[in-house]
Design a protein around this ligand. Structure first.
Ligand SMILES: Cc1cc2nc3c(=O)[nH]c(=O)nc-3n(C[C@H](O)[C@H](O)[C@H](O)COP(=O)(O)O)c2cc1C
Length: 327
């Protein structure tokens, strides 16, 4: 069957392509590595992962790298719609294994732009300050899970107190495993206060571990096990899929972006929590006990509310367009 081009089809001009890629790059990425490359050949925008930006120690298979690219892919699609275009996305097109997706941007009819959606992309950020004690109600958590599952991934909110405590224990175990691994610590540290337009400024991180004294020095005072205190406003959503592979990671990234933008619209705060997934033993345990083997856990996110009227956080930097887009 041959498909005839619609004579009324308008393809997006270069200025629109550039704006879309710029907005796509506002997406969250692990350690703000921005591990993506975009190419425009006059027909489609191609998205590839940038292997040089993979966290070789903590992300050997590129799971978080691909999730980050999936989030950028969803941002591109969302931006296209917000600017009144009709994006068509092809995942993992056959023929070139390094291509994650191809996006065709055109339109056959006039769609009014949605400036509030562009503002939403600019407003979204990772706010790691403590959430208020008021938990996100279960119906709102369920709505966020539905947004995620629309991207053919699995999503479950951990609401049961016993499960939540079990998860905290596993997160604590994972953190301990990571803290005693000097290579991982060094890798993490190398993305903090990095010169240039990448990485995370330390101002945005609560008491990040000191690589020389990861466990702190002995201090006088009352011994308090602060790590195992679960703050009542903290809710967790587990995202995953039937398999732990590139296609699933890409879709989880899209789901993460969709969930995060809608959470931002509703005034909620989202913070990914990757350590218990990065450590394979705790990841398996989460799948086995908390999810009863229903799906492979691929990403955890904490969801809560920030205190109203808190000052806006400074934004993490993004690399210039010429570094990430070839045309
Ligand atoms: C796959 C993935 C994993 C992430 N893991 C963590 C994490 O474990 N802890 C954390 O505080 N932030 C995490 N983040 C958030 C990033 O650090 C953040 O998106 C990045 O620094 C850019 O900042 P922004 O989200 O404010 O734009 C993760 C983001 C992604 C996409």
């Amino acid at each position: 069957m041959t498909t005839r081009a619609n004579p009324r089809t308008e393809t997006a001009p270069m200025a629109v392509i550039e704006r879309l890629v710029e907005l796509a790059c506002l997406a969250p990425s692990v350690h703000n590595t921005q591990p993506w490359r975009w190419e425009y050949d006059g027909r489609a925008i191609t998205l590839r992962a940038d292997p040089d930006r993979r966290l070789v120690t903590s992300d050997p298979r590129g799971r978080n790298l691909t999730i980050s690219c999936g989030a950028a892919l969803h941002h591109l699609r969302f931006a296209a719609q917000a600017l009144g275009w009709e994006p068509v996305v092809e995942h993992l097109p056959p023929g070139d294994e390094t291509v994650l997706a191809r996006v065709f941007v055109a339109r056959t009819a006039h769609h009014p732009p949605l400036p509030a959606d562009i503002e939403l992309m600019r407003a979204r950020c990772t706010d790691r300050r403590r959430f208020t004690a008021w938990p996100v109600p279960e119906d709102q958590l369920a709505a966020l899970c539905r947004i995620a599952t629309a991207w053919t991934v699995d999503a479950v909110a951990v609401t049961d107190n016993a499960d939540r405590f079990r998860l905290e224990l596993l997160a604590n175990q994972a953190l301990t495993a990571l803290e005693i691994d000097p290579e991982r610590l060094e890798e993490q540290e190398s993305w903090i206060d990095r010169p240039g337009d990448e990485g995370i400024p330390s101002d945005l991180l609560p008491d990040h571990p000191d690589p020389l004294h990861p466990r702190g020095r002995f201090r006088l005072g009352v011994l308090e096990d602060t790590r195992l205190v679960i703050h009542s406003g903290d809710r967790v959503i587990a995202l995953g899929a039937g398999s732990d592979d590139v296609g699933s990671w890409l879709r989880v990234g899209e789901a993460l972006s969709a969930l995060w933008l809608e959470a931002t619209r509703a005034g909620m705060s989202v913070v990914p929590m990757t350590q218990p997934i990065e450590v394979e033993s705790t990841r398996r345990e989460i799948g086995r006990t908390l999810l009863a083997g229903a799906f492979e856990p691929l990403l955890l996110v904490r969801v809560g509310w920030q205190v109203i009227g808190r000052r806006a956080l400074p934004r993490t930097a993004r690399r210039p367009l010429d570094e990430v887009l070839s045309r």
